[in-house]
Design a protein. Sequence first.
Length: 202
Amino acid sequence: MDEAPGPRAGLASLADVARAADVSISTVSRVVNGQTNRAGRETVARVMQAVERLGYRPNHAGRSLRRRESQIVAMLAPNLDNPAMAAIAASTEAALREAGYVMILCDTHDRADLQDEYLEAMRAQMARAAVLVSAVASPGLASAMKRGDALVFVNRRNPMGPGAFVGVDNLRVGADAADFLRECGVRRAATLAPALASSTIA
């Protein structure tokens, strides 16, 4: 008599793994979520073998719906053609990936309406946080702040109030540049700056 076919690879459920490993569904859930300290070594090994054999993959979408959060972090940048923005995006993505997050990159073109559109879209995706590079004041940003959303501002401080900020210490950079020029023998130096000051000093 032929054995009943098992679940197809990638379609196995927690119940399938629990049945194969002869443990409870809650035990499987704890093991696949990294809480291995609450199960014996042999039990953990049996569960992981069943996971591998059945091709079980956690349902991150379902988990996100239950917890009202995901592993997504949004980065909103004003101009991806700018090499500096590309460098910031690349380094941020690498750090987030190492921490177990997935970054979605959005180009706002320095427009408040696009910034708000992306903030709302990422909220619908239950993003864990948003990294805003050179953010501009907007109604959507005000709403995100009112909700207490996790926001990190890069290169330009929050234009609508306090907030976590990562940027260059322009005062220190200026002092280092002046010291370098003096060491090179320059005694008269000029400084070129935009007419409007920006909030990029850390």
